[in-house]
Design a protein around this ligand. Structure first.
Ligand code: G4P
Length: 282
């Protein structure tokens, strides 16, 4: 999960993805449903142009359902197929297979007109680190699938997972790089735990989280920690007091309180919380 992207990494990842794109019909892009824009890299739109596109809003179990719905509309309006998902659970996988076929309808029709029957749709999973790509591939592919080896015309070493007679998946996901340049994006990625905590100021991070919760989820902090109203630093102080976060000499330990709030958010104990909101439809 430690990802520091250097220009060299990005160039290599991009080149690899360009190569892989030639082999597929459909891009399955995972985003984190709690920060659906900040957890994607729009470069994929350029890399995957002319391909069918499916956005999986993953970790939907941790996100606010109403906001996930709004985000799904947002992506659909842009021409993507969208499915919300908990990649750890098998239950959503049948629906995905149906949407994959739907997304590739044109290609299947083109094949049919050319007299090509039963050529499986080929897909590739992409996303920034930690969005759940490996989890998804494991759950989706399950145990029953067969791996197909090198085939003529296919780059040497590529492994395809045959999901059923209609769909094949490239077994290694494409890794996109996050958009670190934007400070807000960095902050949101840090809050969901996609940037190493050691390189972050945990106190500041928690104040940002408190601010978002105060604004968009009134009552959540008060309900969980038994707080009075106050600004973000006051709330952090109250959490430290109420949860007995103290250093030696009974001084309040703000960093411990900060880590506690962030951890409770990440694990879903503060409830289903989305941190980024779609623009209002005009
Ligand atoms: P990646 O290949 O895109 O890098 O992600 P990966 O599958 O390794 O998943 C990253 C973490 O997210 C894993 O947690 C995984 O269990 C969790 N995860 C994946 N999909 C979902 C989902 O839909 N809902 C929830 N709640 N969690 C999901 P982990 O292995 O426990 O590691 P850690 O990152 O928590 O230490």
């Amino acid at each position: 999960m430690h990802f520091q992207w250097y220009p060299g990494h990005m160039t290599k990842a991009r080149r690899q993805m360009q190569e892989d794109m030639k082999l597929i019909d459909l891009v399955i892009e995972l985003v984190d449903a709690r920060i659906p824009l900040s957890s994607r890299n729009p470069d994929i739109d350029e890399l995957g142009r002319q391909k069918a596109r499916l956005v999986l809003m993953n970790k939907a179990d941790l996100a606010n359902e109403g906001q996930t719905q709004r985000w799904a509309e947002f992506f659909r309006e842009k021409g993507y197929f969208v499915v919300k998902l908990d990649a750890r659970s098998k239950s959503g996988m049948k629906a995905i297979s149906n949407v994959v076929m739907e997304a590739c309808k044109e290609k299947i029709e083109r094949d049919r007109k050319r007299g090509i029957k039963n050529r499986p749709v080929r897909a590739m999973v992409v996303g920034i680190p930690n969005v759940g790509k490996s989890t998804f591939i494991n759950t989706y592919a399950g145990k029953a699938c067969t791996k197909t080896g090198n085939k003529p015309g296919v780059t040497k070493g590529k492994q395809w997972i045959r999901l059923n007679k209609n769909v094949e998946l490239l077994d290694t996901p494409g890794i996109l790089w996050p958009k670190f340049e934007d400070q807000r994006v960095g902050l949101l990625l840090a809050l969901i735990g996609s940037i190493k905590d050691e390189i972050l100021n945990i106190d500041e991070l928690s104040l940002e989280l408190i601010q978002i919760l105060k604004e968009h989820y009134p009552g959540v902090l008060a309900g969980r920690y038994g707080l009075q109203e106050g600004d973000a630093p006051e709330i952090l102080k109250q959490v430290a007091e109420n949860r007995n976060c103290v250093k030696k000499g009974s001084e309040l330990d703000y960093s411990k309180a900060a880590a506690l709030i962030i951890d409770e958010f990440r694990s879903g104990r503060l409830g289903k919380i989305t941190l980024e909101f779609p623009p209002d439809p005009r």
